[in-house]
Ligand binder design. Structure first.
Ligand SMILES: O=C[C@H](O)COP(=O)(O)O
Length: 261
């Protein structure tokens, strides 16, 4: 059965590529994407904050077929918060998406569910689409707690988020043990948690919201392992870290989004 959800392939550059490197990278990516016919997959890049202006200039000037977003935002809307970047600033520079709750933010910056929830709400206040990341660490996986853990993170992040807003969210299931390690979850592993997240959305909201939300898989995605993951009924794309730094490889991965739709 074909899915009504348009696949999304999002490249999270993490703390890589300065603003000059971002220009060269985006140009290579744009050339490779426009060279093929990518109509049925949405392609996004999530550069560091300092690259956003470079990416915006290329996307707007050359009418590129990619959208872009940020890797984080402040839970506050403005004022004396040194070092923070507000949702309003991201919206003004043309961001579509913003990550919330990435495991590296949870781990290295101690962002808990309350902070993630505040950031999700901040994103909505500025018409940004949150890509909410959830996923378990190795200990939880070994104990078989991956579904309960990921669903609890979803519940925490969606507190006080109404159905209309939740309908536009993007979820990303990223098992922490598979991020940057070369260990990729099996397609069944990905489906188990992505399916549970969709079921939870139906409980929290309704079947229509659940059916419309895109759920990505992330964790050591490459062009040689994406096909099986994209074949799963509740997986609608990927959040790609390391492999998104190679434009050719990233475009190959995006092609699987196109094929799966
Ligand atoms: O945001 C992306 C994920 O953390 C996955 O990163 P990775 O593809 O390098 O494992």
């Amino acid at each position: 059965m074909s899915t009504p959800r348009k696949p999304l392939m999002a490249g999270n550059w993490k703390m890589n590529l300065n603003h000059l490197e971002a220009i060269a990278h985006t140009q290579k990516l744009a050339f490779a994407l426009n060279d093929k016919d990518f109509d049925r997959v949405e392609v996004a890049v999530l550069p560091p904050f300092t690259d956003l202006r470079s990416v915006q200039t290329l996307v707007d000037g050359d009418k590129l077929r990619i959208v872009y977003g940020a890797q984080d935002l402040s839970q506050y809307d403005g004022g004396a918060y040194t070092g923070e970047i507000s949702g309003a600033m991201l919206a003004k520079i043309g961001c579509t998406f913003v990550l919330a709750g990435h495991s590296e933010r949870r781990q290295y910056h101690r962002e808990d569910d309350d902070v993630v929830n505040a950031k999700v709400q901040a994103a909505y206040r500025h018409s940004l689409t949150p890509i909410l990341c959830v996923g378990e660490g190795l200990e939880v996986r070994r104990a078989g707690g991956q579904v309960a853990h990921s669903v609890a993170q979803l519940d925490g992040a969606l507190r006080k988020v109404g159905a209309e807003q939740a309908a536009s969210i993007v979820l990303a299931y990223e098992p922490v043990w598979a991020i940057g390690t070369g260990e990729v979850a099996t397609p069944d592993d990905a489906q188990e948690v992505c399916g549970a997240l969709r079921s939870r959305l139906a409980e929290l909201y309704d079947a229509e919201v659940a059916a419309g939300v895109r759920i990505l898989y992330g964790g050591s995605v490459k062009s040689d392992n994406i096909a099986g993951i994209m074949a799963q009924p509740d997986v609608d794309g990927a959040l790609i870290g390391g492999a998104s730094l190679d434009p050719g490889e990233f475009v190959k991965i995006c092609r699987f989004g196109e094929l799966s739709s």
